[in-house]
Design a protein. Sequence first.
Length: 198
Amino acid sequence: MTQALIVIDVQNDFCPGGALAVPDGDQIVAGINARMADFDTVVLTQDWHPAGHSSFASSHSGKTPYEVIDMPYGPQVLWPDHCVQGSEGAAFHAALSTDRADLIIRKGMNPVIDSYSAFFENDRSTATGLEGYLRSRQVSKLTLVGLATDFCVNYSAQDAARLGFEVQVEEALCRGIDLDGSLSTARHEMTTLGVSLV
Ligand code: VGL
Ligand code: ZN
């Protein structure tokens, strides 16, 4: 069985001091680096939005970050501007071992659809190509780590489980945002789909 480590969005904007800082987001970097040696394949994801992206509160008049609006594909939390393509905030945390990565997959480039998951945009139908990459390399078991547990890790884990991968999320190497109980909802959603939280 071939196993891959999928490292979700360990980028400056999700770490302390960043635009959408996840509490203690930087505390997982050393542990993630150490874990890379245990896997055949390492994939990094990078949230990579064009300026003016529709997930930014600043793109909607009268809206402030963390409000929820209805988009054609469903409810969307509005975020502070973050991970703008080419910005320092979009860069990986400086201590992350990016040299070890077999693949870096970028997401969130479509100006009108957000993309939390490493597999599909939030319309849950536009693919990123990661599924094909993993299948063509006979990867069947995935371990997910990174930021944020309740958004991008959660969506990625759910999609991976629905696609038939065996999925585990290593919570010690994740950190969450926890908006209105989103962390416990995420845990429930993931376990319901057969994701192991370890
Ligand atoms: C993320 C909110 C917006 C994440 C990305 O990586 O969890 N959250 N964009
Ligand atoms: Zn984003």
